[in-house]
Design a protein around this ligand. Structure first.
Ligand code: MG
Length: 311
């Protein structure tokens, strides 16, 4: 155990007082595991994350079992978790059938998954970039009737493994359309982890200029090139206060080349604790959870904080 097991607290100007961490480990993380995780373990994972104080724990997906067999037990997971009042448990849905299954499982929040680029839209959604909205429109219409908030994930916001760097105006177009069609907020995915802080600030500024306020923007960074925390700090300095992360850094993307490693939640909490920014998360409980999951998965924890503290 390192003699330093807590960051020193020194604040900086021009940062939010609090950050909402949108935990994606049980969904984004586990869907990319090669093996199938037992339902009871998923439930325990979500309950432990809840107990660590995370305000949002994305729980599962309601997608075709043959497409993502790792999350075929979405209904059982939603039925088995201990929901805490005030904590949100969003689920990913690709279509109205998925939405109906999510509602039956008493999901109160959903998310849809869009692409900023043509190639990824074709590969991941089987649609052209311009046609992807036709896929979401019935989901968004129905969610609006049922008053269910919908988050719009936008992948490949900064770089695409087939197309190279992404023109931010294309990302803005997709985000504006998602919001106009009823998404309550958008999450900007750096799916292959190539973004740098200037790009982050540029895109956020462009979104704000297009009428999407910072309160509706989340950032979803991958640490493939070691940039996730730098990019997060740039987003916070740009006014964003919702940050996606995955306990233990689990998850990548099965359809994207070299898309490794979501930003690890404990690495994020270490930085935010150090800056004196309130997250509501108990770092000890979170690290214990990530180490517990790593042991279950049979490999070392991916996060830097987890590794530093488990030596
Ligand atoms: Mg991710």
């Amino acid at each position: 155990m390192s003699p330093v097991h807590r960051p020193s607290r020194v604040s900086m100007d021009n940062l939010p007082d609090r950050v909402r961490i949108w935990e994606v480990g049980p969904r984004d993380g586990l869907q990319n595991e090669a093996s199938i995780i037992e339902t009871a373990t998923k439930i325990e994972f979500i309950n432990r994350l809840t107990d660590s104080g995370l305000p949002v724990v994305e729980a599962t997906s309601f997608v075709r079992a043959d497409r993502i067999p790792q999350l075929a037990d979405g209904a059982e997971v939603m039925a088995g978790i201990s929901r805490r009042a005030g904590t949100r448990y969003p689920v990913l849905v690709p279509n109205v059938k998925g939405l109906e299954a999510a509602v039956t499982a008493d999901a109160k929040d959903i998310a849809v998954f869009a692409s900023a680029t043509e190639t990824f839209a074709q590969r991941n959604l089987g649609r052209s970039r311009s046609n992807q909205m036709e896929m979401f429109a019935p989901v968004l219409d129905r969610a609006c009737v049922d008053q269910i908030p919908v988050r719009g994930y936008v992948s490949m916001c900064f770089g695409d493994p087939w197309e190279g760097f992404v023109d931010p105006s294309r990302v803005v177009d997709v985000c504006v359309e998602l919001v106009e069609r009823g998404c309550s907020d958008v999450s900007l995915g750096d799916t292959i982890g190539v973004a740098t802080p200037g790009q982050v600030r540029q895109l956020i500024n462009m979104l704000v200029a297009a009428g999407i306020g910072v309160e509706r923007i989340g950032v979803h960074f991958h640490d493939t090139y070691g940039q996730a925390l730098s990019n997060t700090l740039a987003a916070l300095q740009s006014g964003v206060w919702t940050v996606d992360a995955s306990a233990g850094g689990i998850g990548g993307c099965p359809y994207a080349i070299s898309a490794t490693g979501n930003l690890a939640t404990e690495d994020l909490v270490w930085m935010l604790d150090g800056l004196g920014i309130d997250t509501g998360v108990d770092l000890d409980k979170l690290i214990t959870t990530s180490l517990w999951l790593a042991e279950y998965l049979g490999r070392p924890v991916q996060s830097r904080v987890g590794r530093a503290l488990s030596k």
